[in-house]
Design a protein around this ligand. Structure first.
Ligand code: GLA
Length: 393
């Protein structure tokens, strides 16, 4: 597995210095999502992959009930007793404490611990650094205290932690991708049944290029929760006529035209996007399996347009980046990725054209938006794991 040996070493050495103990180390990756956005909490499908950018943590048990945390990135400590865990306005500890809280609520018995944390998943970039922290924590505590929790339950625990300690009612995609990722594959995940299939990510001469806008508008969490609520409203309107419908997974555009459009135009637009995106994902996944990358790319552009105009979770920086590559023959597809209102666009770019493209877009982004662009070439990687200290020492 490709790990960031610099961060790995730093976490290990700083842990020893701070806590005067030997850590066990864990890594949990960020994710990309090829297609299928805002479908997870609507019981639809998603197509994510874990990437080579990850969160690294060091942990060891303590002989008392204290949780002692250190964020290397923020250069900040946080301590709390197990029995006094609650959300804090400090921010970063919430993703760890939220998991501890969920474990306690499920009746798991464990003691205090020391933990330090660092990583190379850029915060606020839409690559799910928060899910990576939560999954690393769940995985590490499960290992340390032998809690016997399945990876699927870890995903639920991490998701619930985010709902309760970060206040965002996220779906299951990010956690699932971080825990279950597999190098060179994407995960076709059915968010209703949680059945999944690994699909080889064969791009034949193309690369996944992420362009980070370096913005995260403050609307992102409140609007995310609003979108979720609007989808639920749509389901309620359809359900009045079709009692068996329990999520947008069971809804067709015809039903929306008949029962939602006349009553609520905004809810209609939101739901229509989700229903169409679900169909697009299934077709896009077949494109990938059949090597029709150009067809998949076209669908990505359509996803972006839906997210921008109908679901309205884009922003001018994301729209600028997608429009900048729309007619470029070296770019098969591009769209905003993740929750929206900032973060990255995901682009499928011809391998030999990527450097030039990045140079050119960085320049025009700076000119037009007054901001630096951060490009990454994303490589897929395996999901959450314990790291062998001696192997990487
Ligand atoms: C965020 C959430 C995910 C998912 C995406 C949109 O990343 O954490 O659960 O809903 O937005 O697809």
């Amino acid at each position: 597995m490709a790990i960031n040996s610099e961060i790995f070493k730093e976490v290990k050495e700083k842990f020893r210095k701070r806590f005067n103990e030997e850590p066990t180390l864990f890594r949990s990756p960020g994710r990309v999502n090829i297609i299928g956005e805002h479908t997870d909490y609507n019981n639809g499908f998603v197509l994510p992959a874990a990437i080579d950018k990850a969160i690294y943590i060091g942990v060891c048990k303590r002989a008392n009930e204290t949780i002692s945390l250190y964020s290397e990135e923020f250069d900040e400590a946080f301590e709390v007793k197990l029995s006094e865990v609650m959300p804090t306005d400090k921010g970063w500890p919430n993703y760890i404490l939220g998991v501890v809280d969920q474990l306690l609520k499920r009746g798991h018995v464990f003691g205090g611990f020391n933990m330090n944390i660092d990583g190379d998943v850029p915060i606020g970039s839409g690559l799910s650094s928060s899910a990576a922290v939560e999954c690393a924590t769940a995985f590490a505590l499960n290992d340390l205290f032998e809690l016997n929790i399945s990876k699927q339950d870890m995903a639920f625990i991490a998701q619930k932690a985010e709902h309760e300690f970060a206040g965002v009612r996220v779906g299951i995609m990010d956690m699932f991708a971080s825990l279950f990722g597999k190098k060179d594959h994407v995960i076709k995940l059915d968010c209703q049944s949680l059945e999944y299939e690994y699909v080889p990510l064969k791009l034949e001469g193309y690369k996944i290029v992420l362009l980070n806008t370096n913005v995260k508008h403050s609307l992102s969490s409140s609007e995310y929760n609003t979108r979720r609520q609007q989808c639920e409203e749509g389901v309620t309107l359809v359900k009045a006529h079709h009692p068996n419908v329990s999520s947008l997974r069971d809804v067709t555009v015809e039903m929306l035209n008949q029962y939602v459009k006349p009553l609520n135009e905004v809810v209609y637009r939101r739901c229509k996007y989700v229903v169409e995106e679900s169909q697009r994902l299934l077709a896009g996944c077949e494109d990938l399996k059949n090597g029709h990358i150009d067809a998949l790319g076209k669908k990505m552009f359509r996803t972006h347009d839906g997210l921008s105009r109908e679901y309205e979770v884009s922003c001018k920086e994301l729209d600028f980046l997608v429009d900048a590559v729309r007619n470029n023959p070296d770019v098969l597809g591009a769209r905003m990725m993740g929750g929206g209102f900032g973060g990255c666009t995901i682009n499928i770019v011809k391998e030999e054209a990527k450097e030039n493209l990045i140079k050119q877009i960085s320049k025009s982004y700076k000119n037009q938006m007054g901001l630096e662009l951060s490009p990454y070439i994303a490589q897929t990687e395996d999901g959450t794991s314990k790291l062998n200290l001696s192997k990487f020492a």
